[in-house]
Design a protein around this ligand. Structure first.
Ligand code: SF4
Length: 289
């Protein structure tokens, strides 16, 4: 069985940076307790390492006490959460990815210049919640054409995207907004492609691999939006696509009569996890199916 592993799979710059910042602070804490507001990345193994180093993970802002040191996730936090943390005089250990911060700055300016901000992304995702904290009250969040059906634009429009958005969906929705804007007499639409480079390269490479293989294995946290998008992209090309968190979920029967296997992984998946998956797939070779 031939195995093709995506070169761009695994930890991106932003995730590596977040883990480094977390450990730098844990190692220099000088006896002070550190909390982590939600998991800083969608990788159970890395999050466990941080917890094992003495960091307590809290899911609610109420669990942060005055004066606590708090690691905030690479995706960002809402503006309200930031205000509450500052109000509690908490020390914020900021791991927010610079690509996410760039979007905060873009939408802040768009809002100041009286643009109707449109975010192409998942409204439940903390990155999007964080973006809308900077883009004004009338921000529109869309993830499909249906979300735009009853939208009436009344001023110039500024479009940004969640960093991990599917590029094809981004292009499709931008075109749809342009059409709607023309019909509604809007004279100005600014488009910012804020999908991060790491995401774009990973999606393009994964798509290209999916076209060459019989089965595709996607590795990543089940709650990782960028990994789910890789899975969706492959599903449009291939039937046999499996989304797993670790090699423990692999089933030998999936590989029966398969000659070429593709492997890709989300931004929060470590090289170690990818190697373990590849090792287990190789172990099926030659074994009786
Ligand atoms: S996927 Fe992109 S935006 Fe998200 S953490 Fe990684 S580099 Fe930053």
């Amino acid at each position: 069985m031939k195995i093709i592993v995506a070169q761009n799979a695994g930890f991106c710059f932003g995730v590596k940076r977040a883990i480094e910042i977390a450990f730098e602070n844990v190692n220099s804490k000088k006896g002070k307790k550190i909390k982590m507001l939600r998991e800083i990345i969608h990788n159970a193994i890395e999050v466990k390492k941080i917890k094992d180093a003495g960091v307590k993970c809290v899911n609610k802002i109420d669990d942060v006490k005055p004066g606590d040191s708090v690691i905030v996730s690479a995706h960002g936090i809402t503006l309200n959460e930031e205000k509450i943390l500052r109000g509690k005089n908490a020390r914020i250990i900021d791991t927010i990815c610079p690509y996410v911060k760039r979007i905060h700055n873009i939408v802040k300016v768009l809002n100041l210049e009286n643009y109707q901000v449109v975010v192409i992304g998942d409204k439940e995702h903390y990155e999007v919640k964080g973006i809308t904290g900077h883009s004004g009250q009338n921000t529109i969040i869309i993830s499909s054409k249906e979300d735009l059906k009853n939208v009436k634009f009344d001023k110039k429009i500024g479009i940004v995207s969640q960093t991990t958005q599917n590029i094809e969906l981004f292009k499709e929705l931008v075109n749809y907004i342009l059409d709607a804007a023309l019909k509604q007499g809007i004279s100005e639409v600014k488009i910012f492609n804020t999908i991060c480079d790491a995401t774009y390269k990973r999606q393009e490479e994964t798509k290209s691999i999916a076209k060459q293989v019989d089965i595709m294995i996607i590795i990543g946290g089940k709650n990782s939006a960028n990994t789910k998008r890789l899975y969706d992209i492959c599903k449009e090309i291939l039937n046999d696509v499996y989304f797993i968190e670790s090699e423990k979920e692999l089933k030998k029967t999936w590989f029966k009569n398969k000659n070429i296997v593709g492997v890709s992984a989300g931004a929060s998946t470590s090289e170690y996890s990818i190697k373990n998956v590849v090792k287990k797939i190789k172990s099926y070779d030659g074994e009786k199916q």
